[in-house]
Design a protein around this ligand. Structure first.
Ligand SMILES: [Zn+2]
Length: 463
């Protein structure tokens, strides 16, 4: 009977009207959401156990009997990883003939391929419309997007959301920001949907040459520091909201609400868990797909570190749980002379320097016997402060903010160096004015000690 609940809910109460869906969302009880999720979860486990070669084999090896699984915890230490998707043939995950495919981009050479039915793509986009409605998007608004459409899902998902709302929409695609600005300006689009790193370049142009009034800007694909958000909002005179997702979730894991305090999770399509939480509740986000029939994923490890947010926000989606901004990636915790280091240590430190942009990277190197923490940063556009002064300020604040690490530094357990690079270097693009970076996700902490052992010293410099 539980298998019928989502379909009934859909047909009887939700229908095709976005305003109605948004109004109903406010009254959905969390207990009901959980019941539906668990019913769908059981169905997903049984489906992959019957139709996916990968899951059949892995369940057998782990002694898992799909029909006995009631909730994610019943699977013990069973997870699907990014490495599984890369190393195994995609066909081994597929349970029904696919009609649409997308690729992930990332920090490794081989892109993951994720397949869907057209209906799945449509439904995720359609349901995403409620999140946009919650941010104030209405049919009379005019939307332009600057997404990279090559093999990527973000623009397609957005298109289905906007179709559901009936907005005027044009695809700018990922043009060079100056060209985008020139061609788009006269249209007076009042909602922009763009990538974070690219938006910074566009905003610099708008600051110099003039912005037009916007209702809001929705930015996906990566975190944005609060100081950058405040600056972008001041240039455009409108709110900047963030969305969170991976291609594995069709980019639709969560979206901010007017409170700008964390992402409301898409709990109708995914069941989320946070595993191995620390004392503050931060752990790795794991999700199981609930409604996907073509390529369902069971307990997929996102590799993103976050925590559930409890404070109420009062928006339409208040009954959908929220997660905090992503704090870093699970595989970016490195043990070195400084201690166990992870991106959020540096996020707080570098975020305190107004001269530094959001693109930064910390490399652990070992040119001799001691670990060297090399902090690579890029100056914000228009900053005139001499590099030596910026560096000195950073070193002073490091000691103030982290006396524990400061003591280790004084004791010679590691060396700390700041390297100021030309803008755009870290994303592998040429200096300002050129098209936005080729790397959608920037690795924050990299361990170059292993690479150094295998490569000649000169080539390591350029990694
Ligand atoms: Zn909210």
């Amino acid at each position: 009977m539980f298998e019928q609940v989502p379909t009934l809910l859909e047909k009887l109460f939700l229908g095709k009207s976005i305003p109605r869906r948004a109004a109903i969302a406010r009254h959905v009880r969390p207990g009901l959401i959980e019941r539906i999720q668990l019913a769908e979860f059981r169905g997903t486990v049984e489906r992959v156990g019957a139709h996916s070669a990968f899951y059949r084999e892995r369940f057998r090896a782990a002694g898992i009997e799909p029909r006995r699984v009631r909730r994610p915890q019943d699977l013990g230490g069973f997870f699907t990883t990014s490495a599984d998707l890369r190393q195994r043939d995609t066909a081994e995950f597929v349970c029904a003939p696919p009609q649409a495919g997308f690729e992930t981009t990332g920090t490794t050479a081989k892109n993951k391929r994720i397949y869907f039915s057209n209906e799945e793509v449509h439904d995720i986009g359609f349901e995403g419309a409620v999140g946009l409605w919650n941010l104030g998007l209405r049919p009379e608004d005019r939307v332009v997007d600057a997404f990279d459409y090559a093999f990527w899902n973000a623009g397609i998902t957005l298109m289905h959301s906007l179709n559901a709302l009936g907005c005027f929409h044009m695809i700018g695609s990922k043009l060079e920001p100056a060209e985008f600005y020139r061609r788009v300006k006269d249209y007076r689009f009042n909602v922009l949907v763009v990538d974070t790193a690219w938006l910074v370049s566009l905003t610099e142009i708008a600051q110099r040459e003039g912005a037009w009034p916007v209702k809001f800007i929705l930015s996906g694909s990566e975190n944005m520091s609060e100081s950058t958000r405040a600056w972008i909002e001041s240039v455009w005179g409108g709110k900047v909201y963030l969305a969170y997702g991976q291609t594995e979730t069709l980019g639709a894991s969560g979206i901010e609400c007017p409170a700008q305090r964390g992402y409301h999770l898409n709990e109708l399509n995914f069941l989320f868990e946070i595993i191995n939480p620390n004392a503050q509740g931060y752990g790795e986000l794991v999700c199981s797909t609930l409604t996907r029939k073509v390529m369902p994923l069971v307990r997929y490890r996102s590799n993103d570190i976050t925590r559930f947010v409890d404070e109420p926000c009062g928006c339409l989606l208040q009954h959908l749980r929220r997660i905090d901004k992503i704090q870093g990636r699970g595989d970016e915790i490195v043990s070195c002379g400084m201690g166990m280091i992870s991106p959020w240590i540096f996020e707080a430190w570098l975020g305190s320097a107004a001269e530094i942009g959001d693109d930064w990277q910390v490399a652990v190197r070992q040119p001799a016997t001691r670990d060297v923490i090399e902090v690579r940063v890029e100056m914000r556009s228009g900053v005139e402060t001499p590099a030596a002064e910026v560096e000195e300020g950073l070193m002073r604040r490091f000691q103030e903010m982290y006396p524990y690490y400061g003591k280790n530094l004084q004791m010679g357990m590691f060396e700390l160096g700041v390297q100021i690079l030309p803008r755009g270097t870290l994303r592998g693009r040429s200096p300002e004015g050129q098209a936005a970076g080729s790397r959608r996700k920037l690795r924050r902490v990299v361990d170059e000690r292993v690479a150094a052992a295998a490569l000649p010293a000169d080539s390591v410099k350029d990694l």
